[in-house]
Design a protein around this ligand. Structure first.
Ligand SMILES: [Mg+2]
Length: 197
């Protein structure tokens, strides 16, 4: 008899497993950038740094990603515990991250995730869609992300989409929300199969 596939959980990293914004904004201030706190609702950061073009912001994102400040960013409180609980419950847990594919950045990302018992990591470039990764799994997986475009894509593929609270995703269509990792494993397990069923 064919083995039943394990439930799948696909986790974003930046602003989900790691407080990326909490590391990037101090980096920018140290580089002399002027931040508009009123622009926090802008997911692409152009609202936060109205004096900079997207290309300039992207260059800083990549410089930050190669830095020790990025390498040493801790996981959010409870993330390692809850991912371990998901694995113990029989889930296959993957990270899907648009961090870039530069080897130096990937090495830093691998260091950040070293304490997570992930089954695998799918690294993508910054502007890549996550659709090809979501399409690899049967409908009914759970995706946790903060970016509206990725949450909407997850729903299109029949996956449950949990929005990790951020100023830029308050109105996104999703199956559930989480504000931190407290009871995160239970919340994710409750959403497994929610859409495909
Ligand atoms: Mg993110």
């Amino acid at each position: 008899m064919a083995e039943h596939p394990a439930p799948v959980v696909l986790l974003d990293v930046d602003d989900v497993l790691i407080d990326w914004s909490g590391g990037f904004h101090p980096w920018m201030l140290a580089r002399g950038a002027i931040r508009d706190p009123g622009g926090a609702a802008s997911w692409d950061l152009c609202g936060s740094y109205p004096g900079l073009a997207w290309g300039e912001i992207l260059a800083e994102i990549n410089a930050f990603a190669r830095s020790d400040s990025y390498r040493d960013m801790p996981l959010r409180d409870g993330a390692a515990r809850e991912v371990a609980a998901l694995r113990a419950a029989g889930c296959d847990v993957y990270a899907v991250t648009c961090c870039g594919t530069d080897p130096a950045i990937l090495a830093n990302r691998e260091h950040q995730l070293r304490d997570l018992p992930l089954k695998g990591v799918f690294p993508l470039d910054h502007s890549d869609p996550k659709a090809p990764i979501y399409a690899r799994f049967l409908p009914g997986a759970v995706v946790v992300d903060d970016a509206p475009k990725h949450l909407e894509t997850a729903m299109r593929f029949g996956h449950a989409a949990i929005a990790y609270d951020a100023p830029w995703n308050g109105s996104v269509r999703c199956t559930d929300r989480m504000r931190d990792w407290t009871l995160g494993a239970i919340r994710i397990i409750r959403n497994l199969g929610l859409v495909a069923a």
